[in-house]
Ligand binder design. Structure first.
Ligand code: A2P
Length: 277
């Protein structure tokens, strides 16, 4: 892959992540396995799961069912705060790969910082060790606010990626500016705002009509043009295909700015200073 590849981003030396991935929450069991197998057959090469979704085994089953060569797939999972600790992270990794039926991870994330517990720095140190040993290709965090990221920076840890809730109404400009200034790649979860009402806003339906695309495609293209990863969830084959089809058109700077302007300043749905699992 060359640096002209616009469908992936290099966020760790030698590691590229496909900008569009399949989110899998809240799919479980056969629904999750079928959705993952179908997504991979539809061209997805990036699947996102988590210990807390209780679907890692089903996601692994879907991957095997698809028949894809594991090396062609980018697989992310996340661990709960009970595993925060240098050695506990290795145990979390062991459980995750066992459930998934694989022997390595492309990306392993601290799911929530749980600052009251105060052990996320150790968790990240444990993750860096797993990278150094070759068990995981890259590490990152999720739901970390700038204050949490500052503590990691203070401990000498350069965070490659932070997965946070971003959609047109939850633009989180302060969070994104911090990422930009510190070389952290942003991955957006709930990139469509859990079917947000903004999908009907003229700033989105206008370009959709003009470009012959759907509102969801316009929003995902907006994420991609900002250089972000986005992981929309859908089990619907039609929507899976449309969500991946965001590279055959582009938004003008004016159209991007109009979507940016939908930001309401609302904080993310869950406050990572207090919420965790
Ligand atoms: P469904 O799973 O029935 O397709 P997010 O990942 O942003 O949280 O979004 C998930 C929600 O967005 C789900 O309700 C999902 O519904 C819906 N969704 C996913 N893709 C599309 C699409 N292309 N158009 C409209 N809604 C979508």
């Amino acid at each position: 892959m060359t640096s002209e590849d616009t469908t992936t981003a290099e966020f760790t030396p030698g590691v590229r992540i496909p900008l569009i991935g399949l989110g899998t929450w809240p799919l479980t069991g056969e629904d999750a396995a079928a959705a993952v197998a179908q997504a991979i057959r539809n061209g997805y090469r990036h699947i996102d799961t988590a210990e807390n979704y209780a679907n890692e085994a089903a996601v692994g089953e879907g991957i095997r069912r698809s028949g894809i060569d594991r090396g062609l797939l980018f697989l992310t999972t996340k661990f709960n705060t009970e595993w925060h600790g240098r050695d506990k992270v290795r145990a979390a990794f062991g459980h995750a790969v066992k459930r998934l039926g694989t022997d390595y991870l492309d990306l392993f994330l601290v799911h929530w910082p749980n600052p009251a517990q105060g052990r996320f720095v150790e968790a990240c140190e444990g993750l860096q060790r797993l990278v150094d040993e070759g068990s995981i290709r890259a590490w990152g965090v999720s739901n970390f606010k700038p204050a949490h990221l500052e503590l990691l920076a203070g401990a000498g840890l350069q965070v490659p990626l932070n997965q946070v809730q971003i959609d047109p109404e939850h633009g989180q400009p302060g969070q994104l500016a911090y990422h930009r200034d510190h070389g952290i790649l942003t991955a957006a979860y709930s990139p469509l705002g859990r079917n947000g009402a903004f999908l009907g806003h003229p700033a989105i339906t206008g370009p959709a009509r003009d470009l012959g695309k759907t509102p969801a495609q316009v929003v995902l293209r907006w994420h991609v043009q900002h250089g972000r990863v986005a992981i929309p969830k859908s089990a619907n084959p039609e929507r899976q295909r449309e969500n991946l089809d965001v590279y055959s058109f582009s938004l003008s700077a004016k159209q991007v700015a109009a979507v940016d302007a939908l930001d309401t300043g609302a904080p993310p749905r869950l406050d990572s200073d207090t919420f965790f699992h």
